[in-house]
Ligand binder design. Structure first.
Ligand SMILES: [Zn+2]
Length: 270
């Protein structure tokens, strides 16, 4: 069962250690979820930043994100403390999604979405009635002018009566149309917006699962510098499919802190 050259006791110890290593002492970096992986880039050289760290001799865990080029001595970016950076990105993401700029953006998006989806048949029905009523009013006006010219009092009275009815009908229809238009927009927007923002804003920011949710759904990329961090959020139709490069960031980021705004048409906020 064991090589005779090694004593039974030694072999057992080695086996023990192998077993222990395999099941209990895998490097911590493998088990610790690095939730920014794949989206985090070094601001200095543009390379991905990857997981690093583990347990020190005293057993204390140290987890970092480091620029991949550092291992080849090609970059001077300092390492980032994993938990601090993840919390910062999650907080910035939540702040962005509860910001005025974002809420306005969502309102616009929802209006556009529902205007294309909501059933317009009722509005169209009223619209057709309005058009028909206006045409009838025009016809009766012409008949009225003719009746006056001919001095036909019976016809004049009849036209007057019908004109009043049509004017009242038109007024009712226009009110109904305005009401339907307003309801269609306001009802949907308000409810959806409040539900959505409320849900996004309500999580526990120190919960790693919530941080992961925010980052997975709303963060496109993070460019990390020693003195600042630029976060690109997924906003709009493109939903993060656009590739952003370090040069794009350098052009747009001038402050020393991450800023939040929506780039024109790019579907991203920086
Ligand atoms: Zn780098």
């Amino acid at each position: 069962m064991y090589p005779p050259i090694i004593g039974k006791e030694t072999f057992a110890k080695v086996q023990d250690r192998l077993f222990h290593n395999r099941y209990f002492q895998r490097p911590e970096v493998e088990r610790e979820p690095y939730i920014l992986t794949g989206k985090l880039f070094c601001g200095h050289c543009g390379t991905h930043m990857v997981s690093d760290g583990g347990r020190s001799k005293t057993g204390t865990a140290h987890y970092y994100y480091v620029c991949k080029s550092i291992r080849k001595n090609k970059c001077d970016k300092k390492r980032e403390i994993k938990n601090d950076l993840e919390l910062y990105v999650a907080e910035q993401t939540r702040n962005f999604f509860t910001s005025k700029a974002f809420i306005e953006k969502v309102v616009d998006d929802i209006i556009v979405y529902y205007e294309s989806k909501v059933d317009d048949s009722e509005l169209k029905r009223v619209e057709v009635k309005i058009t028909n009523t206006k045409k009838e009013i025009k016809d009766f006006t012409a008949a009225y002018v003719k009746a006056v010219a001919e001095g036909n009092q019976l016809l004049i009275d009849s036209c007057n009566e019908r004109s009043k009815e049509l004017a009242a009908l038109l007024s009712d229809l226009e009110n109904e149309y305005a009401k339907l238009s307003l309801e269609k927009v306001l009802m949907v927007t308000k409810k959806d917006l409040l539900d959505y923002i409320g849900e996004v804003a309500s999580g526990d920011i120190n919960d790693i699962e919530y941080q992961k949710y925010l980052i997975d759904h709303y963060v496109n990329a993070i460019f990390c510098y020693d003195d600042r961090t630029a976060i690109i959020f997924n906003v709009g139709d493109k939903n993060g499919k656009e590739t952003v490069t370090k040069d794009d960031i350098n052009e747009k980021v001038s402050s020393t802190e991450s800023s939040v705004n929506d780039t024109s048409g790019g579907g991203t906020g920086i």
